[in-house]
Design a protein around this ligand. Sequence first.
Ligand SMILES: [Zn+2]
Length: 533
Amino acid sequence: MGQVLLYDTSLRDGMQGQGMALSAQEKVRVVRKLDELGIHLIEAGFPGSNPKEMELFEMLAGVELRNADVCAFGMTRRRDTEAAEDEALRLLASGFAPVVTLVGKTWGLHLEKVTKVSREENLAMIRDSVAYLAEAGKRVIYDAEHFFDGYRDDPWYAVECLNAAAEGGAENVTLCDTNGSSLPGQVAEATAAVLSAVDLPVGIHTHNDLECAVANSLAAVQQGATLVQGTMNGIGERTGNANLTSILPDLQLKLGYSCVEDEQLARLTGIAHFIDELLNLNPDPDQPFVGRNAFAHKGGMHVAGVNADARTFEHMDPAEVGNEREMVVSELSGKGTVISRAEQAGIRLDDERAAKALRTLKEREHRGYHYEAADASFELLLRKETDEYEPLFRLEGFRVLVEKREDGKVVTEATIKVWVDGERYLRTAEGNGPVNALDKALRGAIIDRHPHLADIELTNYKVRILDEHHGTGAVTRVLLDSSDGERQWGSIGVSENIIEASWEALVDSLEYAFQPRQESASSSERTDPARTT
Ligand SMILES: [Zn+2]
């Protein structure tokens, strides 16, 4: 199978999504990560659209990339203007980016209702604009906006628009499903027709309005398209763009196309999560290939099957995309799960200790602990069965005061006394609530000895009242998600007292971060100099 070029537009089309915002510095970090992943073309934005974009292109001009070429995005010239007189095109022609992606109209409906340009004039706008940039030495990709709608409306004219780009000297014409209105069969048919009518490599750019963006991209490639535009994690306006995070392994592992090196593909999970973190999004646990649950196994039969031969219940080896097998721990699980989870975490448990851990687990599940979302607490439970477990600190005591004042203000203060490495620490801190105050006081006390714990962020705090345990009164279950910017983990606490439950989850979260473990993707991230800027 041939080579397919991956074209990432997370930084331009992806940024059209709700709540998406990145600084120029953050965008540079994204570009470096996409380069590491082996993405061939990275569309950075629209130079000249605002000062922030200008700043980004200035910064990118000085960044050396191993694999990727940077693309600048722009539109065909305005009507009644020479291409050489069009301010935006001049900026693209003089910029550093070796590739320019030009978008232009293809659909009569848009010409009539939106731009009010004649069909002939539109063809001239495409031809001139592409030719102007090609003569300036740029490689030009022509993005045919609303191509599939236009093709269904008037196939002859839609193909004429592509031919105009070809005459101008474009190196690729990309068919865009801008409204996300097309289905895989329609995309396949139109792509095949274009490939027989236009003498240029063809690309595909789809949106996910019909939940078909990935399927449409694959359909186009199977007809002979050799470039796929999309975004990481499928970010983008409305329901999002085609998800490159899925398209890449689909093409490479399932269809046998070559896109990136195997080592690059193995970074997929880490890089997909990195981009979520930068956008302040929680990685979707159910995301194909890279989600935490993508290779999760629950229940005795599945776990036994996977242990015997992973192919029994897995469509691929999770390591190929840098993910790992997750054995979901639940009331259904047995000793096999405990032993294989322990192995994954690098913990050696003999049969006897595994059996003991399982008893502890069952007893805790009965009290309301739920480890499916609390991998950190579960790992600690296993570690506590070994001789190597060392607590982060010893608690002498804590006190939390909540004061409500006449003016309505609520003030919370926590005081904590702990022993760390034989030394006693006493700290007081204020917070916007009891958990926050306790967290600050505790970290204030242990940070001298463990400075890296300062970087951990508590990203999510969920409380549930469990009343399913009749006769014992209601208990509170706290689930806490934490992150060090690269990895995410969950911890749990259960108690009749909400502060005690929160404390338990908090301590597990920090203790988990403190445990020794084999670092993989995270170590390269820490040495990334861009991270410190
Ligand atoms: Zn788009």
